[in-house]
Design a protein around this ligand. Structure first.
Ligand code: GLC
Length: 609
């Protein structure tokens, strides 16, 4: 597909346009502010090429109609040609990384870690197609997905955005998901964006935006590998990564961005920076702008200070420190994607096929998500055939995530850091609601604590435990700030540090309430089926020992009913670990390395022998 971008009919159209563009119009195409920092009038006045919504940045009442109305306004401004402004349609970008999950009522699919366990590339394509339609329903054209991180250290707050610790599995998913999103670039397509280039999942101690220290051979074998099938599939955009490689920031890395990605691997689309990603290249913003543009980034996600960015690029070009040929290369790439995607030929967003479409959040897409939940569950333990449960069993359902669709969805859902309630996730089912629908003798424990368990009244308890939502660096687990100092000392440039999620991967330390609930129930003589909702494997030795059965549910999304489908045996478990399960806290604990994982990559029990 990327050779499509070089085809003559596209090149001719782009060259004609480029020849008519002023320097300001070219620089405008390279600029992507956040929606809260720019108006439709700004789009016209500064010839802006793109606008984005950061996580949780939603117009009006955050319904599809509000998004379509917003996109109509931005699009109309970009198409209002006059003596100063050329009609070049704006492209709007969002993080629809597990469904169009910012928006109320969207179908929220399992995060990538669970999809990795499902190990079903064909399902991935259907998820991507359904996601594309729910993005188009809101008048949006472009999603910053799929993430191709190959997460290595579970201390990283973005592990759940990774399909697997195994590079081959991530590679197997790259093309199907891009194909599902971009769908031959017809009316059912959105523009995909694989990220983050490169080595985001390989940082020391899993520090988000930290330092990835690897030989070039290792970097290529583990972290670059999945980009090959994505480029062959024709992915149209790629996002640069915050992390550093051997001390040098990826956002300023000409070898990685231009020599390897564009020249050697033949990527003909455009590279977008991450959120203010060039800020970390230098304390002097003017210098940072020059470094980012000259390294090979084509479009710049500049959340607020975009006017300054534009002014600095113009000054660099006038001073000769950014060549006009670099500007023309960037703009040619951006225009080629917009032409290949058919953006110039589409009507205003509100008049497009999928805008405000009834399929948004509908039964068809939710059925796909429910199937994905079923296929993602991994059965780690099933003593004395505790599972499958009988539908008429007297089941006590407990745990903080038993009835919490927000917990099920995790980060990048309605809000950047996710939500912690049911009301914010409109549609869908909690784990409890799924059980309640098929088990007439099930009851929800008061306050989820399990103190009402009794062997006389209950045959079994289902306890839903794990993590509460987080995103990016706020999901990091850090034993202490020494690891930050160590990482920072290796990085040329600035390091952004956010408040971490906790200081241990041991569930009993980070969430002692979970073991407490399990023990409340065990003391009453009732066997426990534990279901863990989490963004990563955790050290669960104590919780596992006290449970008769244990299921890794990852972050299943809005369709919690998929859990009940397997709990009661209507479907068998098929999930297999795409991340080995740790026996102990990772770095610094030799045992974990010498004794190997508690459960190896590919492990997963099922009902059939
Ligand atoms: C964030 C993330 C990136 C996301 C972007 C826009 O910082 O690193 O994955 O696409 O900003 O929200």
């Amino acid at each position: 597909m990327t050779s499509l971008l070089k085809s003559s009919h596209i090149s001719q159209r782009v060259d004609e346009l480029l020849a008519r563009m002023t320097l300001d119009q070219k620089i405008g195409q390279m600029t992507q502010p956040e929606r809260m920092a720019c108006t439709p009038q700004d789009v016209k006045d500064y010839h802006l090429g793109s606008v984005l919504s950061g996580g949780g940045s939603c117009p009006g009442d955050n319904l599809p109609a509000d998004w379509v109305e917003m996109n109509d306004a931005y699009w109309a401004a970009s198409m209002e040609a006059d003596d100063d402004h050329l009609a070049i349609p704006l492209i709007y970008g969002v993080d629809a990384i597990h469904g169009n999950s910012n928006v109320r009522g969207a179908t929220v699919f399992p995060h990538n870690m669970g999809l990795g366990a499902a190990n079903d590339p064909e399902l991935l394509k259907r998820i991507a197609q359904a996601t594309a339609r729910e993005i188009l329903a809101t008048g949006v054209d472009w999603t910053f997905a799929p993430t191709l991180a190959v997460a290595q250290d579970y201390h990283w707050g973005r592990c759940y955005e990774s399909y697997s610790k195994n590079s081959d599995l991530v590679s197997a998913y790259a093309a199907p998901f891009v194909a599902g999103l971009q769908d031959n670039l017809g009316d059912d397509a959105v523009v995909g964006c694989v990220k983050h280039w490169v080595g985001d999942g390989g940082t020391t101690n899993g520090i988000d935006q930290g330092e990835t220290t690897l030989s070039e051979e290792q970097l290529r074998a583990v972290h670059i590998a999945p980009y090959h099938p994505a480029i062959e599939q024709g992915v149209l955009t790629i996002m640069a990564s915050f992390n550093s490689w051997n001390g040098d920031k990826c956002h300023g890395h000409k070898y990685l961005l231009t020599d390897v990605l564009k020249d050697e691997m033949g990527f003909d689309g455009y590279i977008i920076s991450d959120w203010d990603g060039i800020d970390y290249l230098s304390e002097d913003y003017f210098t940072a702008v020059g470094l980012g543009v000259n390294a090979g980034i084509d479009m710049f996600m500049v959340s607020e200070d975009w006017r300054n960015f534009i002014a600095h690029v113009r000054t660099h070009v006038e001073a000769g420190t950014i060549a006009i040929s670099r500007i023309d290369d960037a703009v040619r790439r951006i225009l080629s994607v917009k032409v290949a995607f058919g953006l110039f030929d589409k009507p205003r967003p509100s008049e497009r096929k999928w805008s405000n479409h009834a399929s948004y959040g509908g039964v068809e897409h939710r059925a796909i998500a429910r199937e994905a939940v079923r296929k993602s569950l991994v059965l780690l333990k099933n003593e004395d055939q505790t599972l499958p449960l009988q539908n008429d069993a007297r089941i006590l359902v407990a745990g903080k995530s038993a009835h919490n669709r927000g917990h099920q969805c995790g980060g990048f859902t309605v809000a950047w850091q996710g939500v912690r309630d049911n009301e914010s996730i409109e549609g869908g089912t909690s784990v409890w609601e799924g059980i309640q629908a098929v088990a007439p003798n099930a009851s929800l424990s008061a306050d989820g604590l399990g103190l009402d368990a009794s062997a006389e009244q209950h045959d079994v308890a289902v306890v839903v435990i794990g993590e509460t939502p987080y995103a990016e660096g706020m999901g990091d687990v850090r034993s202490g700030n020494d690891v930050i100092v160590q990482a920072g000392s290796q990085i040329k440039g600035l390091l952004k540090v956010l408040e971490p999620y906790g200081d241990s991967l041991e569930l009993a330390r980070s969430h002692p309430e979970d073991l407490a609930v399990i023990n409340n129930i065990r003391r009453a003589g009732v066997p426990v089926v534990a279901i863990m909702v989490s963004g990563r494997p955790l050290v669960i030795n104590q919780e596992l020992a006290e449970s008769a059965a244990f299921i890794a549910a990852w972050l299943p999304g809005s369709e919690g009913q998929g859990v009940a489908d397997v709990l009661f045996g209507e479907y068998d478990f098929q999930g297999r670990l795409s991340f080995p399960w740790p026996a102990a806290e990772q770095p610094g604990d030799a045992d974990a390395i010498e004794n190997g994982p508690l459960f190896p990559f590919g492990f997963g029990l099922s009902y059939k022998a």
